[in-house]
Design a protein around this ligand. Structure first.
Ligand code: BG6
Length: 499
């Protein structure tokens, strides 16, 4: 992630609330291990697991080690475990048995912080979201968010930040009652992805891009997050959430913001976050009628091919009559000078044909059909595809003349794949986020107004769907329902092929 010239983060006590949960084991600990590998953790960084089950530091360490060993053999970010590195990391581990709602837990936390000279603490809430306001409030009451003694105090939370506009506003208000915005680190793990961060670098460090990055040259933008997985073990959570809430106000809007925001006055947290809040705030709030017209919901049903994938309603912990969408496609408009008249089409779905997160920017056709007499009279539009995953990089579709006596045009690609240019060390995507939190850089974290503007843009769809509209079906393994294609074909456009 970082280069050799980056100094280690300052000393700190990192409290991991929800220490027995999946997030700590699967992502946070591997990320801390990678940070230790890169020399980015201070020798005085302590990691304290906090959870209600009775356990010890040694047992906590063993559980994490067991997972690190499993990871050696496969999965994303698989890597050979360096035993010496792990044991030095394991020595930093502590464990605090405690109920999140009991005052004793916070007294014990205060004692641990009191034993350090620096007084710095980060409280990472890897817990169910219902605990966010509760824990924050108790940290506040115990004086643990008070920075007046010099040490920093920060709180990290992850989505979901509410389930609609009202609950998101209530959550932000509860947090801001006990701490300042600059103490809050709201994670959207998409911002930990190199390719997402690279969008800003590409746009703002290459004079070329900015000259055509507007409604004079861009016809429309497509943002897709297609997954092949179903709901896995998260049926109960997903059934009350759905594709829209799960992916759009957070991950897809972050991608939209990276593509559509104005250049920030400085590459500094508040300048970047203000531009993002502005552009997300400029998404036109549709009337209920337009929200229905500009959205398509889908739910996967069992596939009939040899893969025999189950339907959504057959998944564990899903209501057999569920109307929850596992696919959503939306058309949104951004009401500002740069983007007026340029539709942004967004889609995301579970159990689609391929895993592909990409942004396809479709340019307007050449103004004049130069090669009228030839087959090339109607050239295909140029696309710039920014692929976030799995094949990270950027590709430009161009028209070229096929060699030979006839004038025949063909689509060719100019491309840049990350793996061809950079050595990609295995990472979880959380390394940068944890490091940035430890050094106090909020650029990649969401501010309250980013979150609320996202929900404000999504709320008309939620409201319209609550009153009616159809949930279309698609076979598991296909790219969403027909209606998803019609959302574009009625505008004489089509989805950029996935993959
Ligand atoms: C999570 C969603 O936030 O993002 C999941 O809750 C989804 O449903 C995941 O699968 C996608 O993340 P990624 O990094 O695999 O694109």
């Amino acid at each position: 992630m970082k280069t050799d010239s980056i100094p280690p983060a300052p000393p700190c006590t990192l409290f991991l609330f929800g220490a027995s949960g999946d997030l700590v084991k699967r992502l946070l600990m591997p990320a801390l291990y990678n940070l230790a590998r890169d020399g980015l953790l201070d020798p005085d960084l302590r990691i304290v697991g906090v959870d209600h089950n009775t356990s010890t530091a040694a047992e906590f360490g063993e559980r994490l080690l067991a997972f690190m060993r499993e990871r050696e053999t496969g999965g994303e970010g698989a890597t050979q475990l360096d035993e010496a590195l792990w044991s030095s990391l394991a020595q930093r581990l502590e464990y605090q048995t405690g109920d999140f709602l009991s005052a004793d837990t916070y007294t014990a936390i205060a004692e641990r912080i009191g034993q350090t000279a620096h007084g710095n603490a980060v409280f990472y809430l890897a817990t169910a979201p219902r605990f966010f306001p509760e824990v924050a409030q108790r940290l506040g009451q115990a004086g643990l968010l008070d920075e007046s003694q010099g040490g920093f105090r920060r709180l990290v939370i992850e989505k979901p930040f509410g389930t609609d506009l009202a609950s998101a506003e209530a959550l932000n208000a509860a947090l801001l009652q006990v701490m300042g915005e600059r103490q809050i680190y709201r994670i959207d793990h998409y911002l930990g992805k190199e390719t997402v961060q690279n969008i800003l670098v590409s746009r703002f460090s290459n004079g070329l891009f900015e000259s055509f990055w507007n409604n004079h040259y861009i016809d429309h933008v497509q943002i897709t997050a297609a997954e092949t997985v179903g709901v896995e073990t998260r049926g109960a959570f997903y059934d009350s959430t759905g594709a829209l809430r799960d992916m759009v106000p957070n991950h897809l809007f972050q991608l939209l913001a990276m593509v559509a925001m104005e250049p920030p006055a400085a590459f500094a947290a508040d300048a970047v976050r203000s531009e993002k809040a502005k552009v997300i705030g400029a998404i036109r709030p549709w009337s209920p009628k337009m929200a229905l017209k500009n959205s398509v919901r889908g739910q996967y049903v069992a596939s009939t091919d040899e893969k025999a994938l189950p339907g959504y309603r057959d998944e564990a912990n899903v209501d057999p009559e569920s109307q929850t969408e596992t696919y959503v496609a939306l058309k949104v408009m951004i009401d500002n000078w740069r983007w007026v008249g340029v539709p942004f089409y967004l889609r995301t779905g579970k159990r689609m044909s391929v895993r592909d997160t990409e942004i396809a920017i479709c340019f307007k056709p050449a103004p004049y059909a130069q090669f009228r007499e030839s087959e090339a009279e109607r050239p295909k539009p140029n696309y710039l595809k920014i692929q976030i995953q799995p094949n990270e990089g950027m590709w430009f579709d161009l028209q070229a003349k096929r060699p030979g006596p006839e004038l025949i045009m063909e689509n060719v690609e100019l491309g840049f794949a990350y793996k061809d240019f950079f050595k990609m060390t295995p990472s979880t995507g959380y390394e940068t986020l944890i490091y940035d939190c430890l050094i106090g850089d909020q650029t990649l974290f969401q501010r309250a107004d980013n979150i609320e503007n996202g929900w404000r843009a999504v709320q008309p769809f939620l409201d319209a769907w609550a009153l009616g509209g159809e949930v279309h079906t698609y076979a598991a393994g296909e790219d969403g329902p027909e209606a998803g294609k019609e959302l574009l074909s009625r505008d004489k456009r089509e989805w950029h092929p996935l993959g």
